[in-house]
Write a protein that binds this ligand. Structure first.
Ligand SMILES: COC(=O)N1C[C@@H]2C[C@@H]3O[C@]2(Cc2nccnc23)C1
Length: 130
């Protein structure tokens, strides 16, 4: 079967495992599902591009990521959204900002340590010419 499709399938398997590991960490529970706009009606007025780990898992299945960099861009989006929506000096806001930074650092480190550099380079080459 086409070598490039085989590479992208292997990427999807890897990214599903990343999603699972991040979503199973209790520290990151607030990032596992979209913010409930019924409970938090002003959220969509402030955050124009919501993102969460469940949505990212669906994006993996829909072949929306062609390399780990694209996946990390959505992790960065989760983090930036949390920093923007929760800017106060209250302990609640401070905690969610700390968790967001932890999620970002943990995701980068997990990918850096568990992913072969050559494999990511191959994915980025495929992605560039598509
Ligand atoms: C990634 O998650 C977040 O940015 N948030 C911000 C929301 C404000 C606060 O916490 C969140 C959910 C919530 N629900 C009900 C009442 N208040 C809240 C989670």
């Amino acid at each position: 079967y086409d070598r490039e499709e085989h590479t992208l399938r292997e990427l999807r398997i890897f990214l599903r495992d990343m999603c699972k590991k991040l979503a199973s960490n209790k520290l990151f529970f607030m990032f596992t599902k979209p913010v409930d706009t019924e409970e938090v009606p002003d959220y969509p007025t402030i955050i124009k591009q919501p993102m969460d780990l469940e949505t990212m898992m669906t994006k993996v299945d829909f072949h929306r990521y062609e390399c780990a960099k694209d996946f990390l861009n959505d992790i960065e989006l989760i983090c930036q959204n949390a920093l923007e929506y929760n800017p106060a000096r209250t302990s609640a806001d401070k905690q969610i900002r700390h968790r967001a930074c932890s999620l970002r650092d943990y995701a980068y480190t997990l990918i850096k340590t568990e992913m072969d550099t050559d494999f990511e380079e191959k994915c980025q080459e495929i992605s560039k010419k598509r």
